[in-house]
Design a protein around this ligand. Sequence first.
Ligand code: PGA
Length: 228
Amino acid sequence: MDKKLLFIANWKSNKTCSDTVEWLAHFSDEMTRLSLDNKDIVICPPFTALFSAYMYIKEHKLPISLGAQDVSPFDEGMHTGEIAPIQIKELADYVIIGHSERRREFLEDDAIIAKKVQSAKAVGLATIVCLQDENAQVPKGADILVYEPPRAISSGIPGKPGVPDDPRKISQVFTQIHNKTNKNELLYGGSVASSTIDAFSAIPLLRGFLVGGASLDYLEFARLLSKC
Ligand code: PGA
């Protein structure tokens, strides 16, 4: 792969603050052995660990950007439990919106997702929007689009590896999304791991990956990066 690729680590509801600092300490060691000129790395820890990650990255001047995994559709105010875009922007540059787990478990729909994109954009966050298939609605203002078919997302159950989508299918979906949106920032997500990443290298339009389970272990994430 000769173009610059974006690797977004989505830790989901995993890791405490101390786990996060430990991961970053180990991963920064691994980074010294990786060739990073053709890669951008974004880590998306849970909200509770964003500040620890931010401080560690700043103090050690690591070439890692931060993202949140979700954002409130509302601005700061009386919205119990919500994290407002401006609160994220203080610590991170990116935000994931519309992940299929949020659609499934929290019943988020296209209208909520569109509102989240607008509120995130208003404070200057780069929006990473997940699309479950070629027919998914692309909200206005989406910066980075990720094709993430729910069936390809790993379960996280040890010994039950996920099965990534067929690279030919990914190519087709990318072409359809590109034709519809004219967007070039197309990423793939779903069981991307060091053992599966080679299969994606020939996909035209591919600009990177959203990596869930395989990003939780710093060694596996470094191994995956070393293959690109
Ligand atoms: P996975 O998750 O890499 O564990 O399949 C990807 C995602 O849901 O972001």
